[in-house]
Design a protein around this ligand. Sequence first.
Ligand code: COA
Length: 213
Amino acid sequence: MSLIVLCAGGHARVVIEALLSRGTRPSAVTDRDSARVGTMCGGIPITGPDEDILKMKPDQVELANGLGNRASRSSSGLSARRELFDRFAALGYKFPVITHAATVVASDASLGEGAQVMAGVIIQPAARIGRNVLVNTRAVVEHDCQVGDHCHIAPGAVLCGGVLVGEGAHVGAGAVVLSGVSLGAGAVVAAGAVITKNVEAGAFVAATGNRTS
Ligand SMILES: CC(C)(COP(=O)(O)OP(=O)(O)OC[C@H]1O[C@@H](n2cnc3c(N)ncnc32)[C@H](O)[C@@H]1OP(=O)(O)O)[C@@H](O)C(=O)NCCC(=O)NCCS
């Protein structure tokens, strides 16, 4: 079964590294920019647009989501990554779980379809990671956390025990979410923030965190 990475950006190269660390070499990368066809991404050829996938049946190929995101105060920036996953998943294409070889994932943690766990990540017991979630480089997801579908836990972020993250939320690089805190769906946490209290759906929390004094 061949594996194709969708969208030849910076995140795709990180995904390719994770795959190579497990001895899996993707056969191709797709990109909607036709000018990039024929060039390489992470040592893998860019062979055509995403639509080329449709020439293959869902049981002939597996896919990896190579699209990252750029969060802002008003948006997690995750919708394009989510749409790419949903579009092909709805047609029956499979997105395997990808874990870099240099990760620690507890034996009873669960990883949803297409979850990506990058180098240096630690995921502790009974953590539940949803579909198409990106747990990025060196992030920590402590015991009993639940991370909803399509979230991005950015590099170096720490979710302490029992944190709940609603779907499509972005936890910025190096942020710390204290034990038992809930983040609503689509919430955006700035890089470096310390989150001590629950965050409403769609809300933005700056790097000073949500202290009240
Ligand atoms: C907080 C954040 C969402 C704001 O994004 P934005 O709405 O596009 O805002 P801007 O980048 O235009 O920054 C606005 C101001 O806030 C400052 N700022 C941005 N992010 C900051 C942060 N995390 N901590 C402190 N200050 C920050 C900027 O320096 C800028 O200051 P200025 O107005 O004095 O020039 C974004 O900076 C952030 O932290 N994103 C997470 C990044 C991340 O985790 N990436 C992972 C990639 S793998």
